[in-house]
Design a protein around this ligand. Sequence first.
Ligand code: CTP
Length: 133
Amino acid sequence: MASKTVITFGTFDVFHVGHVRVLNRSAALGDRLVVGVSSDNLNFAKKGRNPVFSQDERLEIVANVKAVDAVFIEESLEQKRDYVLEHKADILVMGDDWQGKFDFLSDICQVVYLPRTPSVSTTAIIEQIVGSS
Ligand code: CTP
């Protein structure tokens, strides 16, 4: 059987256990995992704040996760179709906070939504640190 490439996307700022779990679960769906790491500009547009770690630092962290085979910078949310085609992905994985939002890509790949790890997020960690200072 042909090998399967999985693709997923995220900011992965202030890397935490929810991130490593989604990467491990994504990798388990195929043979090769490619990760699009949101650019600093895209993160600002999505979340209204600059990431704590720069895109180069976040790219380096994600690239060094055992389950990850390749990384690239995601410059725009609108380019998902191009990224899936460019990386020859068979499966697109998104967190279930995006449930249904990427079904329009199911003509070119399988679209899978994974449940988020409860009670952890970059935003909550930042708020906790700010609140405790
Ligand atoms: N993720 C997850 N479980 C969490 C947090 C994130 O599975 N508790 C997944 C997201 O669904 C996504 C990937 O990790 O597939 C990257 O998410 P990202 O937005 O970078 O992380 P968050 O912690 O959700 O960041 P923020 O609080 O800034 O929204």
